[in-house]
Design a protein around this ligand. Structure first.
Ligand code: AHM
Ligand code: MG
Length: 334
């Protein structure tokens, strides 16, 4: 029983100590996100009971129907962060425009997030997740701007996700490794359960919506067939695993090794996933865990976002597998 119990608060404070000039604002911002995650976790686990399932009836900018839990998660994160004095602006998948901090004193950070990703899985009790990224503001003063939100992944200060699954976990990085915390519902605390996560060098899984194969490019098709084979004599073929919740698919492959991809195809020439609040934060986490993320041609972290809701193809996971995808695409998809 001498194993130390490390709460997320303690872990954040201990990490902050390695930054001599830190004021604590950033640590508090991470707690705010963790607290919002606990509130969302409480609602997602009660969803079937309190009859919050179903559609809210409104349609978001991507033309998708929002479900009630998406709206709840979005409002929770905005509400928990708008008055703290820590943020200048937010951007959410569920809001057409940026959410500048106007009614309270604006702070120096920027929060971009997908409040509840994988929403088609809510109704069927399958894991869903929240994804977030934190930047420093670029503008000097006043409410934050669109330019504050459109920063490259290289400039992230922190990124993370929360998975609402068989247990709730929050996984984050501030550029000092990737650390995972499991929510103890009886304590209401996230406890360090997965310190210093590294992508295993031997991958187990490939994850892609294979129903889209008729629309794939030659490069993606050939890459997939390569994955299914002995892969340069590298042992067993990979197993296919696909949930259709990005956070859950990413999380499994982060812990077990593998590649997730949602390529561009003839139906979706820019891919499906969003650059700013889906691909970029997960790319930072992947890199910090020894993996890699690409749009098929370049590092996701080097892409300059141009619009808030821009989509991107995404290949993410073990570096050698992602680089192999880049090779196939360079060779066959001119
Ligand atoms: P959402 O933002 O509407 O929830 O959609 C994003 C989700 C991702 O979680 C997942 O990786 C992908 O869509 C699955 O798409 P598909 O059903 O086309 O395979
Ligand atoms: Mg999403």
């Amino acid at each position: 029983m001498d194993k130390q119990i490390v709460t997320i608060e303690r872990h954040i404070v201990e990490q902050e100590r390695s930054y001599p000039g830190a004021t604590g604002v950033f640590s508090n911002l991470l707690y705010d996100v963790a607290l919002a995650a606990k509130i969302i976790a409480r609602e997602t686990t009660r969803a079937g009971l309190v009859n919050v399932l179903g559609r809210a009836g409104s349609v978001n900018i991507q033309g998708e129907e929002q479900m009630k839990l998406d709206v709840f998660a979005n409002e929770t994160i905005i509400r928990m962060n708008s008055f703290t004095g820590r943020l200048a602006v937010m951007a959410s998948e569920e809001n057409d425009d940026i959410i500048p901090i106007t009614d309270y004193e604006p702070g120096k950070y920027v929060l971009v997030f997908d409040p509840l990703d994988g929403s088609s899985n809510i109704d069927v009790n399958v894991s869903i997740g929240t994804i977030f990224g934190i930047y420093r503001r670029l503008s000097d003063a006043g409410p934050g701007t669109l330019a504050d939100c459109l920063q490259k992944g290289r400039d992230l200060v922190a990124a993370g996700y929360v998975i609402y699954g068989s247990s709730t976990m929050m996984v984050y990085t501030t550029g000092q490794g990737v650390h995972g915390f499991t929510l103890d519902p009886s304590l209401g605390e996230f406890l360090l359960s997965h310190p210093d996560i590294r992508v295993p060098s031997k991958p187990l899984y490939y994850s892609v919506n294979q129903g889209n194969e008729p629309y794939w490019s030659e490069g993606v098709r050939r890459f997939t067939h390569w994955l299914l084979g002995p892969r340069d004599g590298d042992g067993k073929p990979l197993s296919g695993r696909y949930i259709g919740s990005l956070v859950a698919d990413f999380h499994r492959n982060l812990l077990r090794g593998g590649i997730f991809y949602y390529p561009a195809d003839s139906k979706r020439p820019s891919g499906k996933l969003r650059l700013l609040y889906e691909a970029i934060p997960l790319a930072f986490i992947a890199e910090q865990a020894g993996g890699y993320a690409s749009d098929g041609r370049r590092n996701i972290l080097d892409i300059q976002p141009e619009t808030l809701h821009q989509r991107t193809p995404l290949f993410i996971g073990n570096r050698d597998l992602v680089e192999k995808a880049e090779e196939f695409i360079a060779q066959y998809d001119k």
